[in-house]
Ligand binder design. Sequence first.
Ligand SMILES: *[C@@H]1O[C@H](CO)[C@@H](O)[C@H](O)[C@H]1NC(C)=O
Ligand SMILES: *[C@@H]1O[C@H](CO)[C@@H](O)[C@H](O)[C@H]1NC(C)=O
Ligand SMILES: *[C@@H]1O[C@H](CO)[C@@H](O)[C@H](O)[C@H]1NC(C)=O
Ligand SMILES: *[C@@H]1O[C@H](CO)[C@@H](O)[C@H](O)[C@H]1NC(C)=O
Ligand SMILES: *[C@@H]1O[C@H](CO)[C@@H](O)[C@H](O)[C@H]1NC(C)=O
Ligand SMILES: *[C@@H]1O[C@H](CO)[C@@H](O)[C@H](O)[C@H]1NC(C)=O
Length: 832
Amino acid sequence: MRFTGLVAACVGALVAAAASVTTPASHFHLAGDYILGGLFSLHAEAVGRPQLSPAQEVPICKKYNLKVVSYSYLQAMRYAVEEINKASALLPGVRLGYEMVDVCYLTNTIHPILYFLSNNRSLLDIETNYTQYRPRVVAVIGPDSSQAAVTAAFLLSQFLVPQITYSATTEFLGNPKVFPVAFRTIPSAEQQIAVMLQLLQHFKWNWFIVLSSDDDYGQQNLQLLRAQATRGCIAFQETIPVQGKDPHDSGNSTEEWISSIVTKISRSTAKVVIILSLELPLPTFFREVIRQEMTDIVWIAAEAWSIDPTTHGVANISSVGTIFGVAVEEVPVPGMDDFRVRGPSHPGEGGEGQAASGAATCNQECDDCLAEACSYDKSLRGTGDRINFNVYSAVYVVAHALHQLLRCSATRCDRREIYPWELLKEMHKVNFTLLRTMINFDQKGDPPNGFEVIQWQWNVPGQPFKKIASYNSLQGRLDVNEKIITWHTANNTAPQSICSEQCEAGHKKKLIGMLTCCFECVQYSFTCQECPLDMWSEPGKEECFMKQLLYIHWGDAISIILVSLSTLGLLATLWTLALFTRHSATPVVKSAGGRLCFLMIASLAAGFCSALFFVGRPTELVCFGRQTVFSLCFTTCIACITVRSFQIICVFKMAAQLPRAYDAWRKYNGQRVFVAVVLVIKVFIVALNIYFNKPAPFRTRVSDHPAILILMCNQDYRATTVFNNAFDMSLCFLCFCFAYMGKALPKSYNEAKYITLCMTGYFGSWVALFLVMSIFEGFVVIIFEAATVLSNLFSICVGYFGPKCYILFFHPERNTTAFFQDAIQSYTMRQE
Ligand SMILES: *[C@@H]1O[C@H](CO)[C@@H](O)[C@H](O)[C@H]1NC(C)=O
Ligand SMILES: *[C@@H]1O[C@H](CO)[C@@H](O)[C@H](O)[C@H]1NC(C)=O
Ligand SMILES: *[C@@H]1O[C@H](CO)[C@@H](O)[C@H](O)[C@H]1NC(C)=O
Ligand SMILES: *[C@@H]1O[C@H](CO)[C@@H](O)[C@H](O)[C@H]1NC(C)=O
Ligand SMILES: *[C@@H]1O[C@H](CO)[C@@H](O)[C@H](O)[C@H]1NC(C)=O
Ligand SMILES: *[C@@H]1O[C@H](CO)[C@@H](O)[C@H](O)[C@H]1NC(C)=O
């Protein structure tokens, strides 16, 4: 029903337009008390190239392609003026008029401005003071493109004629020192870029392609994007040629250029393409995309083309992937859709069709506009009132400023001649609500309203775009409604567009090239920070854990064994002591060394006690004990044994062969002197060892157990051990020699067997310890060291004192002087 009515309206309009050839009725003029200038790109193509015609002419816009959305904007301005004129509340008794000119993008920018600035006699006098100058218009609305708006703003600023642009987003206009007259009802490009980046961030796309048109719009937005895109990386950036049919262009055609860009996109791993371009080159571009059968790209449209019906209508464009766009928020203007397709002459619109003041200028015509608007009616309705509302509200801004300036009441206004600069002052102060939208300007002349994100769709008739996200400019937050997004991917999920996957824990990024988004993941290696000594970390982990501190704890099985053994040894020693004390006067004890025996027993007892130094947490004192006590005790024992061996040989061999030396030995009590000297030397050695290898607890790593730290006593335990034992070794060797020399002595004196055994045990144990130390490290060494200590003590206990105790206990009959005498006699006889 409605559609038929619409067609009827259109047909009516066309008839009226055809009729207007004779009576020049037009959309472009309306007489009134205060004239607004309107600049729209009803036609456009390419970047404005200077017209190289031999005769200097004003460009003729209707030679270019029609741009139907701009006609919609023009109609929005007319609609707003008509509404204000009808409703008496805002400007009672005042009629607004307008003069509108087609600027055809950039081509015809200067001429219309001069037209607006001239007075009603089309003169622009050269004066020094324009305070009292009245140009034709009180304010200018438009033009649409940033570049044209800047050009216009330069001129209008000289005359302080307020300018409100409805779709120029460029940052330049936001500088009130350069452009005191510039206002806009569209947010700035900065906000557009912020929305795009938030969208990328929301879907975690950090690897994207940027295409920008090779005009100011593309380049300025590209600069902003580069400056603001700190989180993501631009895979590559290309320039789309804004189509310009120049027959003299040689070689490299626009088609080839676009084709090479599309090929490059299809080869890239990035799946998101931001297009910062005006709408002009995009139908060509997308036709190439369709030809190359790319289907899985997410395209992000800049505001300039996000609701462009021509691009939206390209055949099969729905196959190119998912298209999002940053668009001006939609504010439906009631009645606008019907008004757009209404003809210029309408009953009750007095004055329509006549130039508002004086002669009309060029480019105030558009024969095909209405027909085109009718044919695009569906998609224009579907687009919604976005820029339309910007134009509409711009008119209202001027009306509100006039309302204040003319001190209007509800019924009448103080109608008078006004100057544009008066109006400009009021414009800064406007603050009103229009269709539930707050309209005012900040210091830069920017509005508070924002952008939203839309998705293109083709399956819902009459609704080519759906809103998928809204942007809160105050909080800088984008609220994305993910549920309603339709992804043109195989499984309807958001595609990924990243250069490199995030690294797993324990890996670090190694950048490939300059971009922060492209990296290899390499495992943390020794180049990363090490854990502190008492902590550890598993390979590939980023935390440190406390290490287990390992030493022989009281209560461990090993400590129980150690303590038991050392107690056993101590008891055995005490028992020996008791036995020897009881039989101290007997030949066995005497032959064993007499008083020296007690020194040895005391040393053994101390030695067994010192085994306890291996149990418990090492402290400095414990370590000192470990390093000194046993070593001294053991040396004492060895010294005693050695001197005993020597003594026996002396008695039997030296007495006979070197009687004088023997006498001296006896006279000065050689045994005690020897033991004393050995002890002094040993003490010296131990002291030196302490000086050079300070015994202090220290923690050491074990190579194959990263979680374990061993608490040891001496960092240089190998050197310490060697140092401490070298002297003992030589003593032992001496002892060994003596024992060997005395192997043929009387049996009851003959300790050679046992001493040899003892010494062999000693050598063996130390050789084993050195072996263990050189092969293993850490805990095994500590245990082995303790075991060596005990085994050495036991070997003396058993090897030296054992046989004597055996005789004392089991064969007291052999423990007589007579028995010993017999033995010596039989020995002497054998010698002879
Ligand atoms: C131009 O404006 C002046 C007042 O500013 C007026 O007196 C004059 O009649 C106007 N001329 C035309 C042709 O409208
Ligand atoms: C310009 O003209 C206005 C009014 O005619 C006057 O008030 C102002 O002082 C003039 N400015 C200069 C710089 O002469
Ligand atoms: C066409 O020329 C532009 C520069 O004008 C260049 O960047 C592009 O690579 C050329 N394309 C081809 C296909 O030659
Ligand atoms: C659109 O796609 C259909 C089938 O997918 C094909 O038959 C048709 O030729 C395409 N149209 C254009 C203009 O590419
Ligand atoms: C505009 O007016 C509203 C109340 O009507 C107020 O809350 C707001 O702060 C005003 N804005 C400006 C910029 O003055
Ligand atoms: C959807 O498909 C893409 C590849 O086309 C794949 O990477 C992704 O994991 C799939 N998602 C699900 C949820 O299956």
